[in-house]
Design a protein around this ligand. Sequence first.
Ligand SMILES: Nc1ncnc2c1ncn2[C@@H]1O[C@H](COP(=O)(O)OP(=O)(O)OP(=O)(O)O)[C@@H](O)[C@H]1O
Ligand SMILES: [Zn+2]
Length: 686
Amino acid sequence: MSKNEFKRHTVTAALPYANGPVHIGHLAGVYVPADIYARYLRSKGEDVAFICGSDEHGMAITMRARKDGVNPQDIVDKYHGMIKDSFGQLGISFDIYSRTSNKIHHETAQEFFKTLYTEGKFEERVSEQYFDEEAQQFLADRYITGTCPRCSHPSAYGDQCENCGATLNPTDLINPKSTLSGNTPIMKETKHWYLPLQDYEKWLTEWIVEGHKDDWKSNVWGQCKSWIDGGLQARAMTRDLDWGIKVPIEGADGKVLYVWFDAPIGYISATREWAEAQGKDWKPYWQSNDTNLVHFIGKDNIVFHCIIFPAILKAHGDYILPNNVPANEFLNLEGNKISTSRNWAVWLHEYLEEFPGKQDVLRYALCANAPESKDNDFTWKDFQARNNSELVAILGNFVNRAVVLTHKYFEGKVPERGELFDIDTETIEALRQIPAKIGASIERYRFREAQSEMMELARLGNKYLADTEPWKLIKTDETRVATILNIALQIVANISIVAEPFIPFSAEKLRGIFGMEQFDWAAAGNPDLLSAGQSLAQGALLFEKIEDETIAAQIQKLENTKKQNEMENKEIELTPLKETIVFDDFMKLDLRVGTILEAKKVAKSNKLLEFLVDTGVDKRTILSGIAKHYSPEEMVGKQVTIIANLAPRPMMGTVSQGMILMAEDAEGNLRLIQPNEKVNPGSVIS
Ligand SMILES: Nc1ncnc2c1ncn2[C@@H]1O[C@H](COP(=O)(O)OP(=O)(O)OP(=O)(O)O)[C@@H](O)[C@H]1O
Ligand SMILES: [Zn+2]
């Protein structure tokens, strides 16, 4: 079915995990492009269901709850609210933003599972899996750690080693331990229901590898092909967990649906919820061949949306398949991978607070840098340049000139268009062409290209005014100026339509100038959108310059995160324990408290201080490499711990008769080890 024959569009955006807030990677990868697509279709008058919601199941949630010492429900309630709010403020125009904890979703997912079960689409298998006897729980994926069989890293997870990247099964781990109790787990039999993906290989090859070679993005098609070529295996659709949707069949107590079984069905449940509220039938949106189903996701979700979910839909039999899955690659931040756990991100809710009224700037910068065909980098400098040299200097400047000059010369009324010169007809011709190009790019999921074509229209207008210079002509030829401003304003009015998918807040302000309440993509390209004599409102401020200080503050914020992470990492990279010693080895050390009597710098050394120490039994010279951490003055009178029976060592022309003990922290700072109350010099430490 060709695009134009579709009667309706079901546009889904990946369900964000409700275990953290939304960041710019999510936005550039998924939600901004999806929103552009949905807004574009709506402005063409199409029937669109733009669907999303929070994914509230899965281990990412339970692990986060354990870490924070709260219930999983607390986690999902908190983040669902935050995510929903911040999407709303950014103008992501979901028709519904639901959540997988809703009753309607539990019912829909269970019905779905039951249908497949009854029709014999699953393989039931009993296998031995690790079980924690104390916690009375099977240990899948992240609930088990052990030594990586490949790189010997001591804390690899049951599904993956984060040190070497190996994909693992819990049984691959050497010395497995439960992360719940720390105990060594036992093996115990458990039953699960598997979807035999291998049975769908031939069909997937025909559908994707052969059928979508030309219309799916090459990154997506390529990943699917390599999965299919590598051979598919049965995948368990259930888990032994207590957080999730109960498996709705007998003999499945304590089991829930696999999160990647339930989450994509979340799109269907949310559509049902939305349709019911509207008094509509949800079924055509998922079951009619004349529906255009499109999934917007990031690259790590490709296998779930192109292989597993379609196989689930196919197994059911009543559902349509996605027409396209325009997955993006990943957005990085200032050269590093965005990470929720390392707080390396620009968080949407923080941006909205720190840059009030600048939603469109973020949308614009993220679309301009979207990782459409390869991973891409967000930098604050680029963000600033997109705003200052594009939104302000090109778009804002053009609109401002056209509107201000009209108020100045023609009392704010659209002037008459008179005789046309070559430059006028050429400009009008270009204006007629651009909207179709933007639309074609959007329909091919090339949002960066589409947005830059939208800016072409502003460039066209800017150049037209620069070439015709109405501010000079006004003294000699008012009729000519009327024509020029009429054309310039027609361009502005056109921008107010074609900018809608990309920068909706600004597009609405623009339409406000002309009192345009209705708009229709089909009208774009028309050089007669405005009629002569029509009044203009005062132009509202569209964009303003972002100063260097603002950007520097954001960069500083990231620097602080980096420092914080370095400190935390250092603490994690603790020095390994030394070999075990016997008590007698310890007793050989003569540890005692001494008092510093004198202290001075050692000539030609920037590390060493020389001390005269009262050890109770004698007064002796000890050298210590702490000049960078303590001044000689502050050391005098301090009590310190010393090894009193260390063989004397010649250093820098003197002999050090012992050693002062120090603690070294994560940043390499040295700190004295002192008794917590004063003791007599010579007190023995044991
Ligand atoms: N840096 C990124 N660039 C592009 N897309 C991303 C990025 N991070 C996440 N996504 C996409 O956003 C969608 C929602 O992400 P999800 O909530 O699953 O978080 P996630 O992948 O666990 O991210 P994180 O680990 O940063 O929290 C997914 O489709 C995912 O592929
Ligand atoms: Zn490893």
